[in-house]
Design a protein around this ligand. Sequence first.
Ligand SMILES: Nc1ncnc2c1ncn2[C@@H]1O[C@H](COP(=O)(O)OP(=O)(O)O)[C@@H](O)[C@H]1O
Ligand SMILES: [Mg+2]
Length: 225
Amino acid sequence: MRRIALVQQKGGAAKTTLCVHLAVAAQQSGIRTAIIDIDPQASASGVWGLARGDLAPPVAAVLAAELRDALEAAEAEGFKLIFIDTPPHTAPALEVVARNIDVAVVPVQPSILDVAATQATLDLLRANSVPAIAVLTRTSPRTDEEILETERALKALGLPLLNTRVVERKVYRRALTQGQAVGEFDPTSKAAKEIRALWKEILAFDKNRTSVSDLTNVSSSKRRA
Ligand SMILES: Nc1ncnc2c1ncn2[C@@H]1O[C@H](COP(=O)(O)OP(=O)(O)O)[C@@H](O)[C@H]1O
Ligand SMILES: [Mg+2]
């Protein structure tokens, strides 16, 4: 079972938005996925999960101290992929996360303040040898000076950056309110395409560590046959 966390100590960077969107994208690609929400604000579990109801992927609210047990339980239940949504400003919780994940996805808004907040997160991930990748979020549709400046600053930190940018679009908020992801709310939207591209890139980043066929039930049952 692969474990991917959305981490960024700065609030409002789109951790929760990307967590639920990537989990739905993974589920739609045939991977048995669940979300673990360790943010006490419970945006993913309380707000989105409640609106969503029983539709997969399931979302569980878990205390950071119980993350390890929750991951073991999820693996025993047969989940192949877990996305973890994390709270801002809580180093002790992040320490637990860093010890229990395979990959960290770090959403960064195009602003130098957000890059500055990324440094502490990155130090913690590196101390625990967690591979990390940044994604620019809530950007303008076109490349502007802020984006270029942020890209340069991330490069200086030595944090690799995904090519796909998540543009600021109203449809992300509208889908979330309905307990959906943009791929469900409006499958042909630019946002839905963006999320599919992002998920593909994250899988490719992780490809040396695992393969999609290890994660999909179809292929594993084929292998057993
Ligand atoms: N690409 C986007 N387009 C429009 N609104 C977004 C986008 N990403 C996030 N938001 C909005 O920005 C706010 C913060 O996002 P959220 O995912 O809650 O961040 P975090 O979990 O990092 O605090 C929310 O209101 C969310 O709906
Ligand atoms: Mg959040």
